[in-house]
Design a protein around this ligand. Structure first.
Ligand SMILES: [Ca+2]
Length: 498
């Protein structure tokens, strides 16, 4: 199957979906005139896109596989969620009331809809520390939480200590559906063991997604060719990134010094996301389920060296200055002196009041042979897990409610965030919407990222660019012992899990 065609198909369908959404307004799962889409169905994908010009694949109409008539007799769905001290939607799984904000209210409506549909009531417990709250209840053998929506970086080590249920096969959870990114089964499930899931259930995943914003005024000033077209053509690659970044730089005041008053192609401190973007593996899963280190090879060294060279060229704003004051990249971008800023999607909210337009791009592919564009979410989003204390008699309800909320999130909450928060208020154009919609399904969960803290932080190799590590080979060799020790410990623990 030609995967590039899949991308075109997806992007096209997304365009249709947006139109359908705009036309239909609020939809519920009560719409029955839809057709389930299986993204593995080659017949669908190989059909000319023009044959799919209906809204059968739109988010709003996408049907789940839950049976009709489920009734859990008023059971409580007891979820431990995170407090939202930084106001970055960490706790956006459920909402207590409508407040007139379209995204927040979509979350509220989703909850009410599913509660009624399944005859279940959500009981939310909020904590500033999901790890200690989970540990406390599980160690005390207290069956008080059905689901924990935990801080991803910190919650994963608990899986190694046997705190969570294997979700690889759980009642009603259908990982084939698009509200569970493909990489959950592709990467996060290690040898049949899957302790976490995430997707359209939790908006924090979407908001923490890495992407690139570009300043349209700067692109115009430097006659940069249409970047969306480059993406659509499958030509948005490392070569193209390098060429474009280097075509945009100017010593504006002519003083021979590269400072904040000059113009740049790139300013960022964010590089680890190039592991998924370039499809660079960090680990290999062996037949016995153990993980081996697989990060060091010619492709990785080449990718590192080329990104290092771009980052330290005069076309990029000084990393030293950014380390001292990261807000300088926002100043440059707002004031039309920066083309590309590597960001999290939530960072776009900072740019909503800037005068010039900006657009959103995926990170480039390593080269044209790569099948698609990929991204990752910064590891502060929430991962869902079921503590072993939850009584098995509750699994049917837990699975059905989780699946229904995720599905409705895909249909209504994520589009509300994209369509309203991003498109209308923030990113200002449909092409960015299409790219975001495509990227959300390509969020990657490489084990070395998910279990990063337990694997020696091997996934932080790319960020050594900002610490001016020019020789990545000797850095890797110096740290290999640490990685090996961590991998051995991980494998030992993981092998003992159910
Ligand atoms: Ca200057």
């Amino acid at each position: 199957m030609n995967k590039k065609r899949l991308l075109y198909f997806v992007v096209f369908v997304i365009f249709i979906s947006v139109s359908a959404l705009a036309a239909c307004g609020d939809k519920t799962e009560n719409n029955t005139d839809d057709i389930q889409k299986d993204t593995n169905d080659e017949t669908d994908i190989d059909s000319p896109a023009s044959e799919s010009e209906d809204d059968s694949d739109s988010r709003a109409n996408y049907k789940d596989s839950l049976p009709d008539g489920l009734d859990f007799g008023g059971m409580e769905y007891r979820i431990l969620t995170r407090s939202d001290n930084d106001n970055i939607f960490l706790n956006a799984e459920f909402a207590e009331e409508e407040i007139g904000d379209i995204v927040h209210d979509a979350v509220y409506k989703r909850q009410k809809l599913i509660e009624e549909k399944l005859n279940v009531t959500v009981k939310t417990s909020v904590t500033a520390d999901t790890v200690s709250s989970t540990k406390k209840s599980v160690n005390a053998d207290d069956d008080i939480y059905d689901v924990v929506a935990g801080y991803s970086y910190f919650i994963t080590p608990l899986a190694l200590d046997g705190f969570f249920v294997n979700l690889s096969e759980f009642p009603y959870i259908d990982y084939e559906k698009p509200w569970w990114p493909d990489s959950i089964t592709g990467h996060l499930n290690i040898n049949g063991k899957l302790y976490f899931a995430t997707g359209d259930f939790t908006l924090s995943l979407i908001r923490a997604m890495h992407c690139i914003v570009f300043n349209k005024q700067v692109a115009q000033d430097f006659a940069v060719p249409n970047l969306y077209q480059t993406v659509r053509d499958g030509d948005w690659t490392l070569d193209k990134l390098e060429e474009t970044v280097k075509s945009v730089s100017r010593d504006v005041n002519g003083d021979g010094i590269w400072g904040i008053e000059d113009i740049y192609g790139l300013a960022t401190l964010s590089y680890d996301e190039y592991f998924p973007a370039f499809q660079l593996p960090m680990t290999e899963t062996n037949g016995d389920g153990t993980l081996s280190i697989a990060v060091y090879n010619e492709k990785f060294v080449n990718a590192y060296n080329r990104m290092y060279e771009i980052a330290h060229s005069t076309a990029s704003y000084s990393i030293k200055s950014l380390l001292a004051d990261r807000s300088q990249e926002q100043t440059l971008f707002r004031e039309d002196r920066l083309l590309f800023n590597f960001v999290l999607l939530t960072d776009c909210e900072k740019y909503r009041d800037m005068e010039s337009d900006f657009g959103i791009l995926p990170h480039p592919k390593y080269d044209k042979t790569q099948d698609n564009y990929y991204t990752v979410s910064h590891d502060y989003y929430s991962l869902l897990c079921v503590p072993i204390t939850a009584d098995q008699s509750r699994y049917q309800m837990i699975g059905a409610f989780t699946e229904a909320v995720a599905a409705e999130g895909y249909r209504t909450v994520t589009p509300a965030y994209f369509d309203v928060a991003l498109k209308n208020k923030y990113s200002r154009d449909d092409e960015s919407f299409q790219i975001l919609d495509m990227l959300a399904g390509q969020i990657t969960f490489q084990p070395a990222i998910i279990y990063s803290g337990s694997l020696g932080n091997i996934g932080h190799l790319m960020r050594q660019i900002i610490y001016d590590v020019a020789d990545i080979t000797s850095f890797y060799e110096k740290n290999l012992g640490t990685y090996e020790k961590a991998f051995n410990k991980f494998n030992e623990k993981f092998a003992g899990l159910d």
